[in-house]
Design a protein around this ligand. Structure first.
Ligand code: NDP
Ligand code: OXD
Length: 315
């Protein structure tokens, strides 16, 4: 029987094994490494940050599933087997990310960090509050996650712009596409939300040159960065320099150049930074095991896999 191997770093594989055993007891699912199974037995690898060389050793793979929406953690494997690579596209994950984006856009828009400080100082300060329609939110990446977040921000009343490789038609969202329209998009962004994948094209895109092109005449007085895409999209030294120089007013960061974020990073204690530990949209074992099982059953029945990654573009 075709075996499934969970090749996972940093997460506990047991909840995934338990879910698979509950949903499909007929399937043979192991966590890798397993002393009783040889690499050639593995038909499907389910991977999160697989250690280098492990996937390359599975000679009879039929497909690799990323246990998240991103695939940079798999594409970094230099000898990746030439089989379909499938990523997560699932309403549970999408909803989690939209919750995160709306929470943090609203937090900055409603000046919640200042109000928290007022409360901590027992100060009744009546701060002016503008409406959502006065705020321009720019979403970088209008894929599965960016599109949903942009639509929800539009429903909340924000002016929403989006930037992607190809132009999009999304109700309530003004689409900017490609490098030639990036500066215009940035100039129309009071709050910048980044939901790009990490690829050779997007590496380090969130840098000081880019921050200086953001709108500085929005209601907050200085632009805000929210990055929940990947840490390697951002240059952390530039974020700190731009915050210190007033080119950025605040930042919410869920992802970091190095994870976990080193304890000596100045980001931890910066008064204008809100940090979360890469949990904007957690991969839920129940939702994602159902998604993966559905795909494997279809594939075993001779149908095409969905949401496969283009290895040329890296997403
Ligand atoms: P998609 O592949 O569906 O969307 C990617 C979007 O980025 C597309 O709109 C694409 O444009 C655009 N894009 C890619 N490269 C470029 C470029 N060079 N210039 C302009 N636009 C570009 O991905 P998802 O929306 O599903 O996920 C996005 C990322 O979110 C993941 O790759 C992952 O890194 C991150 N993520 C983070 C999580 C967290 O907890 N922090 C959880 C889940 C995901 P086009 O549409 O034209 O192709
Ligand atoms: C993902 C993530 O890519 O959680 O899904 O980062």
């Amino acid at each position: 029987m075709t075996k499934l191997a969970l090749v996972i770093s940093r997460w506990d594989p047991q909840p995934w094994i338990d879910r698979f055993q509950h949903l499909a007891p007929e399937l043979d699912v192991c966590k890798w490494p397993d002393d009783n199974i040889s690499p050639g037995d593995i038909g499907y690898a389910l991977a999160w940050q697989p250690p280098e060389g492990v996937l390359a050793g599975f000679q009879n793979l039929k497909a690799i599933f990323s246990l998240g929406a991103g695939v940079d953690h798999i594409l970094r494997e230099p000898k990746l087997p030439d089989v379909p690579l499938v990523r997560v596209v699932d309403p549970d994950l999408t909803m989690r990310m939209s919750e995160y984006v709306c929470l943090h856009v609203l937090m900055h828009h409603r000046q919640q960090r200042l109000l928290d400080a007022d409360q901590a100082n027992t100060e009744w300060t009546e701060r002016p509050q503008w409406s959502a329609s006065a705020m321009r939110v720019g979403v970088m990446g209008l894929g599965e996650l960016g599109r949903d977040a942009a639509e929800k921000l539009d429903h909340l009343g924000f002016q929403v712009n989006g930037w992607s490789n190809s132009a999009k038609q999304i109700d309530g969202v003004t689409s900017y596409a490609g490098k030639s329209e990036l500066d215009a998009f940035l100039g129309a962004s009071d709050i910048l939300v980044c939901l790009l994948p990490h690829t050779p094209d997007t590496h380090g895109i969130l840098n000081r040159d880019l921050f200086r092109k953001l709108s500085s005449d929005g209601p907050l007085g200085a632009p805000v960065l929210i990055n929940a895409g990947r840490g390697k999209l951002q240059v952390e030294a530039d974020i700190l320099a731009s915050l210190d120089a007033g080119e950025l007013g605040a930042a919410t960061l869920d992802v970091f150049e190095t994870e976990p974020l080193p304890t000596d990073s100045r980001l931890w204690n910066h008064p204008q930074v809100t940090l979360t530990p890469h949990n904007a949209a957690d991969s839920d074992p129940d939702a994602l095991c159902r998604y993966i099982l559905g795909q494997i059953r279809q594939h075993e029945a001779g149908e095409d896999l969905q949401n496969t990654v283009n290895r040329q573009t890296g997403y």
